[in-house]
Design a protein around this ligand. Structure first.
Ligand code: DQA
Length: 141
């Protein structure tokens, strides 16, 4: 099984960005130190990050035919992007929405997600472990 992890804007700064909320681990370190060893022999994990909405959409389109599922943390685009929601609907792959923080406990503008209605489900609030849980969810489908 091939799974694509997509991170959106500002998630390239994980490790230094607001560590009280997002922790002090970079995503690359978490991916190579925890996620890949955890799922070794179970699934192939590829990773894509962009701060650009259209590039995230292109990555979702390019997933067709190459991946069995996608785990996406669209960052702030979660709360604004009809275009990413449309792309998720269009590609016909199971997509799990993840967030490091519990967005429902934060500012009101983070309580709306354009992605949840088009994803198979959403996992939030477990720190970086949200990604592992998202992958587990895809594997169990
Ligand atoms: C986030 C939550 C979003 O509201 C925020 O804009 C992010 C990160 C999270 O993982 O908790 O960039 O998606």
């Amino acid at each position: 099984m091939n799974i694509l992890i997509v991170n959106g804007p500002n998630l390239n700064l994980l490790g230094t960005r607001e560590p009280a909320i997002y922790g002090d681990n970079s995503f690359e370190s978490y991916l190579n130190g925890t996620l890949r060893p955890t799922f070794e022999g179970t699934c192939q994990l590829d990773y894509y990050q962009s701060n650009v909405e259209g590039e995230i959409i292109n990555a979702l389109h390019a997933a067709i035919g190459h991946y069995d599922g996608v785990v996406i943390n669209a960052g702030a685009y979660t709360h604004t992007s009809v275009a990413i929601a449309d792309a998720i609907k269009a590609i016909g792959l199971p997509v799990v929405e993840v967030h490091i923080s519990n967005v429902c406990k934060r500012e009101a503008f983070r309580h709306t997600s354009f992605l949840t209605p088009v994803c198979v489900g959403a996992i939030m609030g477990f720190g970086m472990d949200s990604y592992r849980l998202g992958i587990e969810a895809l594997l169990k489908m």
